[in-house]
Design a protein around this ligand. Sequence first.
Ligand SMILES: NC(=O)c1ccc[n+]([C@@H]2O[C@H](COP(=O)([O-])OP(=O)(O)OC[C@H]3O[C@@H](n4cnc5c(N)ncnc54)[C@H](OP(=O)(O)O)[C@@H]3O)[C@@H](O)[C@H]2O)c1
Length: 238
Amino acid sequence: MNVGKNVLITGATSGIGEALFSLFGKHGHNLYPCGRNEDKLQRLKDTYTTCQPLSFDINDAAQVKLAASQVDSIDILILNAGDCAYIDDVMAFDDTNFARIINTNLTSLGTMLAAFLPKVNKGGQVVFVSSAATLLPFPKAEAYGASKAGVDYLANSLRIDLKKHAIGVSLVHPGFVETPLTDRNTFDMPFMLSAAEAAQRIYKGVMKKQQYIHFPRRLTWLLKVLAFMPPFLRHRLM
Ligand SMILES: NC(=O)c1ccc[n+]([C@@H]2O[C@H](COP(=O)([O-])OP(=O)(O)OC[C@H]3O[C@@H](n4cnc5c(N)ncnc54)[C@H](OP(=O)(O)O)[C@@H]3O)[C@@H](O)[C@H]2O)c1
Protein backbone atom coordinates (compact mmCIF):
# COMPACT_ATOMS: atom_id res chain seq x y z
CA MET A 1 0.00 0.00 0.00
CA ASN A 2 1.30 3.47 -0.86
CA VAL A 3 1.32 5.57 2.33
CA GLY A 4 3.00 8.56 0.69
CA LYS A 5 1.34 11.95 0.67
CA ASN A 6 0.35 13.73 -2.54
CA VAL A 7 2.75 16.66 -2.74
CA LEU A 8 2.54 19.42 -5.35
CA ILE A 9 5.65 21.64 -5.64
CA THR A 10 5.78 24.75 -7.82
CA GLY A 11 9.22 25.78 -9.04
CA ALA A 12 10.39 22.14 -8.90
CA THR A 13 12.61 22.53 -11.97
CA SER A 14 15.38 24.41 -10.18
CA GLY A 15 17.02 25.36 -6.87
CA ILE A 16 15.05 24.90 -3.65
CA GLY A 17 12.02 23.37 -5.39
CA GLU A 18 14.13 20.77 -7.18
CA ALA A 19 15.88 19.86 -3.90
CA LEU A 20 12.45 19.53 -2.25
CA PHE A 21 11.33 17.29 -5.12
CA SER A 22 14.33 14.97 -4.54
CA LEU A 23 13.79 14.84 -0.79
CA PHE A 24 10.03 14.21 -0.88
CA GLY A 25 10.67 11.63 -3.62
CA LYS A 26 13.29 9.81 -1.51
CA HIS A 27 10.73 9.61 1.30
CA GLY A 28 8.26 7.85 -0.99
CA HIS A 29 5.69 10.59 -1.52
CA ASN A 30 3.62 11.01 -4.69
CA LEU A 31 4.82 14.06 -6.51
CA TYR A 32 3.41 16.73 -8.78
CA PRO A 33 6.49 18.77 -9.78
CA CYS A 34 5.56 22.01 -11.57
CA GLY A 35 7.41 24.52 -13.75
CA ARG A 36 7.67 25.83 -17.29
CA ASN A 37 10.85 23.98 -18.29
CA GLU A 38 9.43 20.89 -20.01
CA ASP A 39 12.79 19.16 -20.62
CA LYS A 40 13.58 19.41 -16.93
CA LEU A 41 10.11 18.18 -15.95
CA GLN A 42 10.58 15.16 -18.24
CA ARG A 43 13.91 14.40 -16.54
CA LEU A 44 12.21 14.65 -13.12
CA LYS A 45 9.48 12.25 -14.30
CA ASP A 46 12.16 9.68 -15.16
CA THR A 47 13.46 9.83 -11.56
CA TYR A 48 10.43 8.52 -9.67
CA THR A 49 7.51 6.39 -10.81
CA THR A 50 5.08 8.17 -8.48
CA CYS A 51 5.54 11.48 -10.27
CA GLN A 52 3.19 13.42 -12.54
CA PRO A 53 4.82 16.61 -13.83
CA LEU A 54 2.63 19.62 -14.59
CA SER A 55 3.91 22.23 -17.01
CA PHE A 56 2.39 25.68 -16.64
CA ASP A 57 3.15 29.36 -16.13
CA ILE A 58 1.91 30.50 -12.69
CA ASN A 59 1.08 33.88 -14.25
CA ASP A 60 -1.32 32.34 -16.78
CA ALA A 61 -4.71 31.65 -15.12
CA ALA A 62 -5.93 29.40 -17.98
CA GLN A 63 -2.80 27.23 -17.79
CA VAL A 64 -3.06 27.03 -13.99
CA LYS A 65 -6.73 25.96 -14.22
CA LEU A 66 -5.92 23.31 -16.82
CA ALA A 67 -3.11 21.92 -14.65
CA ALA A 68 -5.45 21.77 -11.63
CA SER A 69 -7.96 19.74 -13.65
CA GLN A 70 -5.30 17.00 -13.89
CA VAL A 71 -4.96 16.69 -10.10
CA ASP A 72 -7.37 14.74 -7.86
CA SER A 73 -6.20 15.49 -4.35
CA ILE A 74 -3.31 17.15 -2.59
CA ASP A 75 -2.01 16.68 0.96
CA ILE A 76 0.83 19.21 0.77
CA LEU A 77 0.69 22.19 -1.61
CA ILE A 78 4.11 23.87 -1.75
CA LEU A 79 3.99 27.33 -3.37
CA ASN A 80 7.69 27.86 -3.97
CA ALA A 81 8.06 29.24 -7.54
CA GLY A 82 9.38 32.78 -7.58
CA ASP A 83 11.75 35.28 -9.10
CA CYS A 84 13.94 38.13 -7.91
CA ALA A 85 14.99 41.40 -9.56
CA TYR A 86 16.42 44.52 -8.02
CA ILE A 87 15.52 48.18 -8.54
CA ASP A 88 18.95 49.41 -9.58
CA ASP A 89 18.19 53.08 -10.22
CA VAL A 90 15.52 54.21 -7.80
CA MET A 91 15.04 57.59 -9.51
CA ALA A 92 14.27 55.81 -12.80
CA PHE A 93 11.91 53.43 -11.02
CA ASP A 94 11.35 50.41 -13.27
CA ASP A 95 7.61 49.85 -12.92
CA THR A 96 7.64 47.02 -15.49
CA ASN A 97 10.15 45.11 -13.42
CA PHE A 98 8.22 45.94 -10.26
CA ALA A 99 4.95 44.61 -11.70
CA ARG A 100 6.65 41.46 -13.05
CA ILE A 101 8.05 40.52 -9.64
CA ILE A 102 4.83 41.35 -7.78
CA ASN A 103 2.85 39.27 -10.31
CA THR A 104 5.14 36.24 -10.20
CA ASN A 105 5.73 36.19 -6.44
CA LEU A 106 2.37 37.39 -5.13
CA THR A 107 -0.51 37.80 -7.61
CA SER A 108 0.09 34.29 -9.01
CA LEU A 109 -0.54 32.88 -5.54
CA GLY A 110 -4.16 34.06 -5.77
CA THR A 111 -4.47 32.20 -9.09
CA MET A 112 -2.84 29.10 -7.57
CA LEU A 113 -5.09 29.16 -4.50
CA ALA A 114 -8.25 29.60 -6.60
CA ALA A 115 -7.36 26.56 -8.69
CA PHE A 116 -5.65 24.23 -6.21
CA LEU A 117 -7.05 24.96 -2.74
CA PRO A 118 -10.27 23.01 -3.46
CA LYS A 119 -8.01 19.97 -4.09
CA VAL A 120 -6.32 20.13 -0.68
CA ASN A 121 -7.58 17.41 1.67
CA LYS A 122 -8.74 17.98 5.24
CA GLY A 123 -5.66 17.63 7.44
CA GLY A 124 -3.56 18.94 4.55
CA GLN A 125 -1.14 21.82 4.41
CA VAL A 126 -0.31 24.82 2.27
CA VAL A 127 3.34 25.87 2.36
CA PHE A 128 4.43 29.35 1.25
CA VAL A 129 8.11 29.92 0.43
CA SER A 130 8.61 33.57 1.28
CA SER A 131 11.97 35.03 2.35
CA ALA A 132 13.92 36.22 5.39
CA ALA A 133 14.21 39.46 3.40
CA THR A 134 10.82 40.45 4.84
CA LEU A 135 12.34 40.78 8.32
CA LEU A 136 14.09 44.04 7.35
CA PRO A 137 13.93 46.51 4.48
CA PHE A 138 16.95 45.94 2.19
CA PRO A 139 18.29 48.39 -0.40
CA LYS A 140 17.19 47.80 -4.02
CA ALA A 141 14.65 45.20 -2.79
CA GLU A 142 11.53 47.36 -3.26
CA ALA A 143 9.95 44.83 -5.66
CA TYR A 144 11.16 41.53 -4.20
CA GLY A 145 10.70 42.62 -0.57
CA ALA A 146 7.23 44.03 -1.17
CA SER A 147 6.13 40.86 -2.98
CA LYS A 148 7.38 38.60 -0.19
CA ALA A 149 5.93 40.84 2.56
CA GLY A 150 2.62 40.32 0.75
CA VAL A 151 3.21 36.56 0.81
CA ASP A 152 3.75 36.71 4.59
CA TYR A 153 0.46 38.53 5.13
CA LEU A 154 -1.38 36.21 2.75
CA ALA A 155 -0.07 33.10 4.53
CA ASN A 156 -0.76 34.40 8.05
CA SER A 157 -4.25 35.57 7.15
CA LEU A 158 -5.09 32.38 5.26
CA ARG A 159 -4.03 30.29 8.27
CA ILE A 160 -6.82 31.85 10.33
CA ASP A 161 -9.48 31.21 7.67
CA LEU A 162 -8.32 27.69 6.79
CA LYS A 163 -8.43 26.53 10.40
CA LYS A 164 -12.12 25.66 10.19
CA HIS A 165 -11.37 23.61 7.06
CA ALA A 166 -8.66 21.67 8.96
CA ILE A 167 -5.95 22.84 6.56
CA GLY A 168 -2.68 24.11 8.04
CA VAL A 169 -0.42 26.83 6.67
CA SER A 170 3.39 26.90 6.93
CA LEU A 171 5.30 30.08 6.16
CA VAL A 172 8.95 29.57 5.18
CA HIS A 173 11.63 32.25 5.56
CA PRO A 174 14.85 31.02 3.94
CA GLY A 175 18.03 33.05 4.24
CA PHE A 176 20.51 32.88 1.35
CA VAL A 177 20.43 29.58 -0.54
CA GLU A 178 22.78 28.67 -3.38
CA THR A 179 20.57 28.42 -6.51
CA PRO A 180 20.46 29.91 -10.03
CA LEU A 181 18.47 32.78 -8.48
CA THR A 182 21.27 33.81 -6.08
CA ASP A 183 24.02 32.98 -8.63
CA ARG A 184 23.01 36.30 -10.23
CA ASN A 185 23.80 38.31 -7.07
CA THR A 186 27.06 40.23 -6.93
CA PHE A 187 26.96 41.13 -3.21
CA ASP A 188 28.07 39.13 -0.13
CA MET A 189 25.53 36.54 1.01
CA PRO A 190 26.33 35.56 4.61
CA PHE A 191 25.53 32.11 6.06
CA MET A 192 24.61 30.73 2.62
CA LEU A 193 23.18 27.18 2.59
CA SER A 194 23.05 24.66 -0.24
CA ALA A 195 19.65 23.95 -1.79
CA ALA A 196 19.80 20.42 -0.30
CA GLU A 197 20.36 21.86 3.21
CA ALA A 198 17.47 24.28 2.73
CA ALA A 199 15.20 21.46 1.53
CA GLN A 200 16.07 19.36 4.62
CA ARG A 201 15.01 22.19 6.91
CA ILE A 202 11.79 22.81 4.99
CA TYR A 203 10.98 19.08 4.85
CA LYS A 204 11.48 18.69 8.60
CA GLY A 205 9.30 21.71 9.39
CA VAL A 206 6.56 20.72 6.96
CA MET A 207 6.37 17.15 8.30
CA LYS A 208 6.05 18.59 11.84
CA LYS A 209 3.36 20.96 10.49
CA GLN A 210 5.27 23.95 11.84
CA GLN A 211 3.57 27.28 11.16
CA TYR A 212 6.84 29.15 10.78
CA ILE A 213 10.01 27.65 9.33
CA HIS A 214 13.09 29.90 9.22
CA PHE A 215 16.75 29.20 8.57
CA PRO A 216 19.65 29.55 9.03
CA ARG A 217 18.69 30.73 12.50
CA ARG A 218 21.96 32.62 13.00
CA LEU A 219 20.85 34.88 10.14
CA THR A 220 17.12 35.13 10.89
CA TRP A 221 17.70 35.93 14.58
CA LEU A 222 20.32 38.53 13.67
CA LEU A 223 17.83 40.18 11.28
CA LYS A 224 15.15 40.12 13.99
CA VAL A 225 17.49 41.86 16.46
CA LEU A 226 18.44 44.46 13.82
CA ALA A 227 14.74 45.05 13.08
CA PHE A 228 14.20 46.08 16.72
CA MET A 229 16.97 48.69 16.63
CA PRO A 230 16.29 52.37 15.91
CA PRO A 231 16.61 52.89 12.12
CA PHE A 232 19.66 55.22 12.33
CA LEU A 233 21.63 52.59 14.30
CA ARG A 234 20.45 49.73 12.11
CA HIS A 235 21.43 51.52 8.90
CA ARG A 236 24.89 52.21 10.27
CA LEU A 237 25.39 48.56 11.25
CA MET A 238 24.03 47.24 7.94
N1 LIG B 1 17.73 31.22 -3.22
C1 LIG B 1 17.56 31.99 -2.15
O1 LIG B 1 18.53 32.46 -1.51
C2 LIG B 1 16.17 32.28 -1.64
C3 LIG B 1 16.05 32.92 -0.41
C4 LIG B 1 14.79 33.20 0.09
C5 LIG B 1 13.66 32.84 -0.63
N2 LIG B 1 13.80 32.21 -1.83
C6 LIG B 1 12.59 31.85 -2.56
O2 LIG B 1 12.61 30.48 -2.84
C7 LIG B 1 11.85 30.22 -4.03
C8 LIG B 1 12.70 29.37 -4.97
O3 LIG B 1 13.85 30.12 -5.32
P1 LIG B 1 15.17 29.47 -5.92
O4 LIG B 1 16.31 30.18 -5.33
O5 LIG B 1 15.10 27.98 -5.85
O6 LIG B 1 15.04 29.99 -7.44
P2 LIG B 1 15.35 29.32 -8.86
O7 LIG B 1 16.44 28.30 -8.75
O8 LIG B 1 15.52 30.46 -9.80
O9 LIG B 1 13.98 28.56 -9.19
C9 LIG B 1 12.81 29.28 -9.44
C10 LIG B 1 11.72 28.28 -9.81
O10 LIG B 1 10.49 29.01 -10.00
C11 LIG B 1 9.90 28.62 -11.22
N3 LIG B 1 9.21 29.75 -11.82
C12 LIG B 1 9.62 31.05 -11.90
N4 LIG B 1 8.74 31.79 -12.58
C13 LIG B 1 7.73 30.94 -12.93
C14 LIG B 1 6.54 31.11 -13.66
N5 LIG B 1 6.17 32.31 -14.15
N6 LIG B 1 5.74 30.03 -13.83
C15 LIG B 1 6.09 28.82 -13.33
N7 LIG B 1 7.20 28.61 -12.62
C16 LIG B 1 8.02 29.64 -12.44
C17 LIG B 1 11.07 28.18 -12.12
O11 LIG B 1 10.58 27.19 -13.01
P3 LIG B 1 10.66 27.29 -14.63
O12 LIG B 1 11.88 28.03 -14.99
O13 LIG B 1 10.64 25.85 -15.07
O14 LIG B 1 9.40 27.99 -14.99
C18 LIG B 1 12.02 27.54 -11.11
O15 LIG B 1 11.71 26.17 -10.93
C19 LIG B 1 11.48 31.59 -4.60
O16 LIG B 1 10.16 31.91 -4.22
C20 LIG B 1 12.46 32.53 -3.92
O17 LIG B 1 11.97 33.85 -3.81
C21 LIG B 1 15.03 31.92 -2.37
